[in-house]
Design a protein around this ligand. Structure first.
Ligand SMILES: NC(=O)c1ccc[n+]([C@@H]2O[C@H](COP(=O)([O-])OP(=O)(O)OC[C@H]3O[C@@H](n4cnc5c(N)ncnc54)[C@H](OP(=O)(O)O)[C@@H]3O)[C@@H](O)[C@H]2O)c1
Length: 283
């Protein structure tokens, strides 16, 4: 479905770079079918060197002939970009926004009413093609639009689709999740150091163990409790470690962390809408 389509990216920064590299590496798109825009002239060279795709400062001109447009600027810049592209964008173009906390409604309010919008919440491991992206669609977007977005993000990891009202939970779980994992990774590596294992080996042990355990859960689809029991020999050492974790309240702490982050995500959601009525009145 993506083959032969033209992709435009507004904001060719860190996340967009990962997406473009994933698409090019897997042959999903040709370089000539991808272009993007940035804010600063000095970023143009970086984009051309690292990605080898056309880059410009002129966003409206760049999007004119594109089938899919990924909006990958910071959330606070979304309104300004919407204002810029409102007179150009058309109903046959799909807008995919990766801006955290920006609802589909916020974008739809600023673009002509028939323009389809899909919202995506990726996470940083997208940079190594192990991202988790969650998608939801706006008012006008169809299942086919969602499928097209899914095809794009599959090139940088796994994809799930959800109702937009659950996106704050998604932000708190898989969006912020890498930070929780890094904290645990660092703590496990510190424990190894405490036991005399050199830092580099200790970090490798902790990281590969997290990676392997995750892969085992994903591939076997077994409940985590069953997988945990497989490691836990009666009267062995693992159960002593688990006892300490339970005593320290690890489960409750993790659950409360995600709930708290979701509450914060809902506070950050950009809900208030003051659309650019000039463009909308003229469309
Ligand atoms: N990084 C992640 O893992 C991640 C995860 C989930 C969601 N997100 C979302 O993804 C978006 C981008 O994040 P990021 O980490 O990739 O940020 P970033 O590296 O700062 O990239 C933002 C890009 O936007 C460009 N830009 C800013 N204003 C512009 C304008 N007026 N016209 C055209 N381009 C403009 C910047 O250009 P210059 O390079 O010239 O400054 C930069 O390339 C954010 O909304 C964030 O919430 C990111």
């Amino acid at each position: 479905m993506l083959t032969g389509k033209k992709l435009g990216i507004i904001g060719l920064g860190k996340l967009a770079e990962a997406i473009v590299l994933g698409l090019l590496k897997n042959g999903a798109l040709k370089r000539e079918d991808v272009a993007g825009s940035v804010k600063h002239a000095e970023s143009l060279e970086r984009v051309r060197t690292r990605l080898g795709v056309e880059a410009t400062l002129d966003t409206p001109a760049m999007i004119a002939d594109k089938d899919v447009i990924i909006l990958a600027v910071k959330p606070q810049n979304v309104a300004k970009i919407a204002e810029q592209i409102c007179p150009i964008v058309q109903h046959h173009q799909l807008i995919i926004s990766v801006a955290a906390s920006v609802t589909t409604g916020y974008i739809e309010d600023r673009l002509p009413p028939d323009v389809p919008v899909v919202r995506a919440m990726p996470n940083t491991p997208a940079v190594v093609n192990e991202g988790m992206t969650v998608l939801c669609k706006g008012k006008t977007a169809t299942k086919e639009h969602l499928a097209l977005a899914e095809e794009i993000f599959r090139h940088v990891g796994r994809v799930a689709t959800i109702d937009e009202h659950l996106m704050d939970g998604v932000t708190a779980l898989s969006g912020s999740g890498p930070a929780y994992m890094f904290l645990m990774l660092e703590s496990l590596a510190d424990a190894g150091v405490k036991l005399g294992i050199p830092r580099d080996i200790s970090t490798l042990l902790a990281a590969q163990t997290m990676l392997g355990a995750s892969k085992l859960a994903l591939e076997t689809k077994q409940h985590p409790a069953i997988l945990k029991d497989m490691v836990t020999t009666p009267a062995g050492c693992t159960i002593d470690g688990l006892l300490e974790l339970e005593d320290g309240g690890l489960r409750v702490t993790l659950m409360k962390a995600v709930v708290k982050a979701a509450e914060r995500a809902s506070e950050l959601v950009v809900k208030k809408s003051e659309p650019n009525t000039d463009c909308l009145n003229n469309s």
